[in-house]
Design a protein around this ligand. Structure first.
Ligand code: ZN
Length: 205
């Protein structure tokens, strides 16, 4: 019975190792048995720490979820029960997964007058609707002054109407021409209605 249980454990470990070659290598390191070494030192013993960060580094930066799963399955001798923790971010892992260098921050204002460039984005739906039944929010920020407008919406497609009214009002109030509107170019701002509006006013989007 004991042998059968051990065999089953090995099958599950082999399955995981096939999916994680780096982990397999690290497992081999942990399971090294130094019985053939003469003298007082006979075993390589890992500290039974329950610090998940320590085990993450020891096992070659293995993912935290897999670490917790393995510890609960008891597949590694000497690995204590580890508790799952939320929002753990390992910076070396994050850097290792980056495929491009991050953009250098722009510290100076690139525009020369208010209303030249507007940034806009929408957020939502919120978990709970507002008292007046709004689920979404539209934020428009002027690049030069950082002045912001916030609009609350029941439906996301109301965004175009708010942006259109704001742009037309700013064009009347300002003596200088608006040059561009910038967004993440998805969803509510990627439609022919908005594209035609920008083209008619000569706005870059
Ligand atoms: Zn890591």
């Amino acid at each position: 019975m004991k042998d059968l249980r051990f065999a089953l454990r090995m099958v599950r470990a082999a399955f995981l190792m096939l999916r994680r070659p780096l982990f397999a290598f690290c497992c081999l390191l942990v399971r090294v048995d130094l019985t053939s070494v003469s003298g007082s030192v006979r075993y390589l013993v890992a500290s039974p720490s329950t610090d998940i960060w320590k085990w993450h580094r020891r096992l070659g930066h293995l993912s935290f979820d897999l670490l917790v799963r393995l510890s609960s399955m008891g597949l590694i001798q000497g690995l204590p029960k580890l508790k799952a923790q939320k929002d753990l971010v390992c910076h070396p892992c994050r850097h290792g997964k980056m495929v491009a260098a991050s953009h250098t921050p722009v510290s100076k204002v690139m525009t020369s007058y208010p209303g030249e460039l507007l940034h806009k984005d929408t957020g939502g739906p919120a978990r709970v609707a507002s008292v007046s039944g709004k689920w979404y929010v539209l934020v428009v920020v002027d690049d030069f002054s950082r002045f912001s407008w916030v609009f609350f919406m029941e439906f996301k497609d109301e965004a175009f109407g708010f942006v259109r009214d704001l742009v037309l009002r700013l064009r009347n109030e300002s003596h200088k021409a608006m040059r561009a509107i910038r967004s993440d170019n998805i969803g509510e701002f990627k439609n022919s209605l908005f594209e035609n509006f920008c083209r008619d006013l000569g706005l870059e989007h």
